[in-house]
Design a protein around this ligand. Structure first.
Ligand code: ADP
Ligand code: MG
Length: 710
């Protein structure tokens, strides 16, 4: 048995447990050893029975005088009762609903018991204690010590994990190769790996548990840093086509625009066009708050590429968004004779330069043909773009909108090298979710960043308000007034919690999206029938057919709908300048960054706009959180706050790194992130191929494989 031995070959793990472990992504001995407890139960307080105190957690050791299981008559519950005796006295023990206990525990057995002593009626007993039989020469693992408790175990008990882990730790005692360079261990006074592994699972003291944790947090981040720094170095060696900055073309484009670019837009466009001049693939992130005007910047880059005879792939996460881009980009470049295609899961369209600005429906086969023979200049689409059958003849640039919605692998698929000349397309990612510094340095690999940090002129500050239940009526009449003035309203339905992490997904995913539909339908009924019967209310959710969705969005844009009720599908990118009210139900259930995104959907024209945060929660914490968004208009600050409050799990894109939850929290620790980065840089500087660190190198290879498989 070695660290990469699959769990099927570990004795004591049958098929049922194998399946459960796999659900936790535990496939090898190594994965098991690195499945860490998320906390410890302190059962180290071993005392004589005489000294036990009511309502205190204690551990006792004694002999079973008698034990029996009976069934209560009223509640049909199993009661296992025992009397335990030590030198100082005896105490009663009761277990509820664990009838099988009498199979393992017998009279005269010598036991350790940990639990709480309670007083019920006039009876004192130890309630539902953890038990462990005492054997000479065998360490305790469930009682009488700091006992590990494992997270979200999908039907795997901590008891079972302790048992398996203890035997693995014994088997591998002092045999696990050190993964961190000696120097780093010395510098930071870390526990060596063997000791650290032992102490994180079965710590001798709280301090040692802490020290172990510290080492592994460092290690996890250190690996990520090594990985991204190496990937970056690799990318720097790749070749891309170089595109000279076509100044005349860009000047003409800017002159045709119906507005003046902001300075931040100019600067970003300039940085991007400069990158494109180099024969190395660009990997730049264009970050700007909602409404800051990223699309036009992307369109400039696209234009420069297409006029040099290359193609552009433009991918966005939702159909609605893709269609909007299709229209917007076409409008922006309408004077430049380009062929633009639209490819989604359901529908394909084409805008030909011959039929100026007219959209034609086109067969998928035709569209793919044009993509391959280079007849198409820009192809805009959803995930459908990464299917194998979509092949570009001459791809020069990939644009990803809302890039955090895409996985590492999806990005890599679009940006693969061309077969003939190995050239890699340039990559421009865009996001409105500001990435906190810690994440930018780690999972995002510190990509080149362009920031649009100002909104186009003339936009008014959006008034944000918390709406308490008693203010509902008043607020509804306010909304009515806005609509009478000719404005429009978004209504977002409360977020429905789902667990996207576990892999039983599909079914529960489906259930979840139906629950969302139901919430939207209910809100729609209420608003259209009871509250605003005389207004035009529309509804939008993920289960509607593409055509239907499109029609509703169109109607809303064309002011045929006053109020649009929807799930968070409109979170990203939707542009309706006439909308001035964003009303959010159950606002406490959304992250701050997400609320900020919603808010950005209004206030796009010159009208005074409002973001109304409805909440029925009276909790102080909720109010505080919501207040943060009132006082703060800086998406960055809100994202950092979110990271603090909710952890990085919410930044999609971090999940797939397979970082254990426990270590995730270290992703919020800037000084630790910076320290690990420095260490990784130093190691790579003196040994770029990691020749001196074979263990580290192997681990990185495995890490890479894992990321690319998911
Ligand atoms: P986002 O950064 O959220 O993707 P968009 O690119 O969708 O923003 O732009 C939002 C709106 O602002 C669009 O209607 C766009 O035409 C408009 N816009 C972009 N840049 C400017 C500008 N410099 N001045 C005025 N309006 C602009
Ligand atoms: Mg956008």
């Amino acid at each position: 048995m070695n660290l990469s031995t699959p769990i099927e070959q570990i004795s004591g793990i049958g098929p049922v447990f194998q399946k459960k472990l796999k659900r936790l992504r535990i496939k090898t001995v190594n994965d098991l050893l690195f499945h860490f407890p998320h906390r410890y139960e302190d059962f180290s307080n071993l005392i004589p029975i005489l000294k036990v105190k009511i309502n205190e957690i204690c551990t006792i050791q004694g002999r079973i005088l008698e034990i029996k299981t009976s069934r209560t008559w009223k509640k049909k519950m199993f009661l296992t009762q025992a009397i335990i005796e030590d030198k100082t006295g005896a105490i009663k023990v009761i277990w509820f609903n664990q009838p099988y206990l009498t199979k393992t525990l017998k009279k005269e057995d010598n036991l350790f018991l940990s639990g709480k002593v309670v007083l019920r009626g006039n009876e004192i007993y130890l309630a539902n204690p953890i038990y462990e039989k005492f054997y000479q020469n065998k360490d305790l693992i469930h009682t009488g010590r700091l006992v590990p408790v494992y997270p979200g175990t999908e039907g795997l008990s901590s008891r079972w994990l302790r048992y398996i882990l203890k035997s693995l730790l014994i088997y591998f005692k002092n045999k696990i190769p050190e993964t961190l360079p000696e120097k780093i261990i010395k510098e930071n006074k870390f526990l060596p790996i063997n000791k650290a592994l032992w102490q994180i699972h079965f710590p001798d003291s709280k301090n040692l548990a802490k020290a172990a944790r510290k080492r592994f947090s460092f290690e996890e981040l250190f690996f990520i840093e090594l990985f991204v720094l190496r990937e970056r170095a690799k990318l720097a060696k790749e070749k891309a086509a170089a595109f000279s900055f076509n100044l005349n073309l860009i000047k003409k484009f800017v002159a045709f625009l119906p507005f003046k670019l902001t300075d931040a837009q100019r600067k970003s466009a300039w940085q991007i066009l400069k990158d494109l001049e180099r024969p190395q693939p660009m990997n730049r992130l264009l970050e700007g708050d909602v409404g800051s005007g990223k699309t036009v910047v992307a369109a400039m880059a696209a234009l420069n590429i297409t006029k040099a005879g290359f193609q552009v792939a433009f991918m966005a996460p939702t159909e609605i968004l893709v269609k909007q881009h299709f229209q917007e980009v076409a409008r922006l470049v309408q004077d430049f004779n380009l062929n633009i295609g639209l490819l989604t899961g359901k529908q394909d369209q084409f805008r030909s330069k011959k039929l100026k600005n007219e959209i034609i429906e086109i067969s998928r086969r035709k569209l793919l043909e044009k993509t391959l023979n280079g007849d198409l200049d820009i192809l805009i689409g959803t995930h459908a773009l990464i299917q194998d059958k979509v092949k570009f003849g001459k791809l020069g640039l990939v644009i990803l909108d809302e890039q955090h919605r895409f996985g590492v692998e999806q990005r890599a698929k679009l940006c693969k090298p061309s077969k003939e000349n190995k050239l890699i397309p340039h990559l421009l990612s865009m996001t409105a979710t500001p990435i906190p510094r810690t994440l930018a340095l780690t999972v995002y690999g510190d990509l080149d960043l362009s920031l649009i940090d100002e909104l186009p002129k003339g936009r008014k500050k959006i008034i944000t308000k918390i709406i308490k239940p008693e203010e509902r009526k008043k607020t509804y009449s306010f909304i009515k007034k806005e609509i009478k003035k000719g404005r429009q309203v978004f209504v977002i339905c409360p977020r429905i919690e789902g667990n996207n992490d576990n892999e039983e997904n599909q079914q529960s995913e489906a259930k979840l999206s139906w629950a969302k539909v139901k919430a939207v339908e209910e809100e729609y009924e209420k608003l259209s029938k009871e509250i605003f019967p005389d207004l035009r209310v529309g509804m939008l959710h993920g289960k509607l057919a593409g055509k239907e969705k499109e029609n509703i969005m169109k109607d809303f844009k064309n002011k045929k709908i006053d109020i649009l009720v929807s799930t968070s599908v409109i979170e990203v990118g939707i542009d309706v300048p006439n909308a001035t009210v964003m009303m959010i139900e159950g606002s406490e259930r959304f992250g701050l960054a997400q609320l900020h995104q919603f808010r950005g959907r209004v206030g796009r024209a010159g009208y005074q706009s409002y973001c109304l945060l409805f909440t029925d929660s009276f909790s102080k914490k909720t109010r505080q959180r919501l207040k943060a968004i009132i006082s703060c208009e800086d998406g960055f600050a809100l994202a950092e706050k979110d990271l603090e409050i909710r952890g990085p799990g919410d930044f999609s894109g971090t999940r797939q790194w397979g970082i254990p939850d426990l270590m995730m929290s270290s992703l919020t620790d800037l000084s630790l992130v910076e320290k690990t980065r420095e260490s990784a840089k130093k190691i790579l500087l003196e040994d770029p191929q990691l020749k001196k660190y074979p263990v580290l190198r192997d681990k990185l290879v495995r890490f890479r494989e894992r990321i690319h498989l998911e």
